[in-house]
Ligand binder design. Structure first.
Ligand SMILES: *[C@@H]1O[C@H](CO)[C@@H](O)[C@H](O)[C@H]1NC(C)=O
Ligand SMILES: *[C@@H]1O[C@H](CO)[C@@H](O)[C@H](O)[C@H]1NC(C)=O
Ligand SMILES: *[C@@H]1O[C@H](CO)[C@@H](O)[C@H](O)[C@H]1NC(C)=O
Length: 270
């Protein structure tokens, strides 16, 4: 009886961990824009390496192309030595079952200025710093634009937006005089921590929610059941009589708990 409860509990817990196993796409260096010829390393990071994630991309020339078609696979990383401008596009990790990581936009600039912005959505309330730089320098005065309008001029090329809100979402670019303009990059702001998004995400999130609910509701029940069962198993059989008397006697029901604990303590001294 108690073993089936325990097995059921373990089953629920393992199911919970299974469904929350997610993949993160990481980019190094972490920037939404790179210069033509730059090195970039991407990897699908996960808790369970048996899930078989594949790094894919859509570029101006390719659709759903896998790492071995365009990069150098090195362990869990996919490296690109010398980015081409046409390799601008979206990059993501995809499992055999079709679930995906966050999708990352990478723009390869053939010009002389890039805007370094976060590759993943920024959490509401956090600070975000944008860097405007040339190949040689990241400390030149720069103008920053959002959705086509000049928003700030920064003497050192770094612009920090404090406590971002949904209204900070938009298309950003920067300009360094005598060098030129960066390509635009979209900055998105989310309310939640970034989790993996996929077509069946809503159903799997619902499943996780249901499992958490079940765990929260049933966990105290299971623990108390297990405690009671182990308590009773340690009792010598002849001591069952006084306990059942306490339980069935309505007048002693209130003080029954205290008596129970006294019984347990004295019994364990045997
Ligand atoms: C990649 O391109 C294919 C075909 O155009 C499209 O169906 C798919 O949604 C694209 N994937 C992403 C992540 O943009
Ligand atoms: C990628 O960038 C384009 C425009 O530059 C934007 O419309 C799109 O939403 C971006 N995708 C992601 C996943 O950030
Ligand atoms: C970068 O610096 C080198 C010399 O250090 C210079 O020759 C080159 O023109 C500079 N390039 C840019 C884009 O400023």
């Amino acid at each position: 009886m108690e073993e089936t409860s325990l097995l059921w509990l373990l089953f629920v817990i393992s199911l919970l961990f299974c469904t929350t196993n997610q993949v993160r796409l990481t980019v190094s260096p972490s920037s939404s824009q790179r210069f033509k010829g730059d090195f970039v390393s991407l990897s699908c990071e996960e808790d369970d390496s048996s899930a078989g994630w594949t790094l894919r991309r859509n570029t101006t020339r390719e659709t759903r192309a896998e790492c071995d078609e365009w990069g150098e696979q090195s362990g869990s990383s996919c490296n690109i030595h010398g980015f081409f401008s046409w390799e601008s596009g979206v990059y993501w990790c995809e499992s055999r079952e079709g679930s995906t990581s966050s999708i990352i936009n990478i723009t390869v600039s053939g010009g002389s200025v890039i805007l370094q912005s976060p590759v993943l959505p920024v959490m509401e309330g956090h600070d975000v710093t944008l860097h405007c730089q040339t190949k040689n320098s990241s400390k030149l005065p720069a103008d920053f634009y959002k959705d086509g309008s000049l928003i700030r001029t920064e003497p050192t090329g770094h612009m920090t937006i404090h406590h971002v809100t949904k209204s900070d979402e938009g298309l950003y670019k920067c300009h360094i005089s005598s060098h030129g303009e960066s390509p635009p990059s979209w900055i998105s702001v989310t309310e939640e921590p970034t989790t993996t998004a996929s077509p069946p995400a809503s159903t799997s999130h619902q499943l996780v929610f249901i499992l958490v609910l079940h765990l929260v509701v049933f966990c105290p029940l299971f623990i108390s059941t297990l405690l009671m069962v182990s308590l009773y198993r340690h009792r010598p059989t002849e001591n069952h009589l006084p306990v059942s008397m306490v339980m069935t006697s309505p007048t002693q029901a209130e003080q029954g708990l205290d008596d129970d604990y006294d019984d347990v303590i004295t019994e364990h001294q045997f």
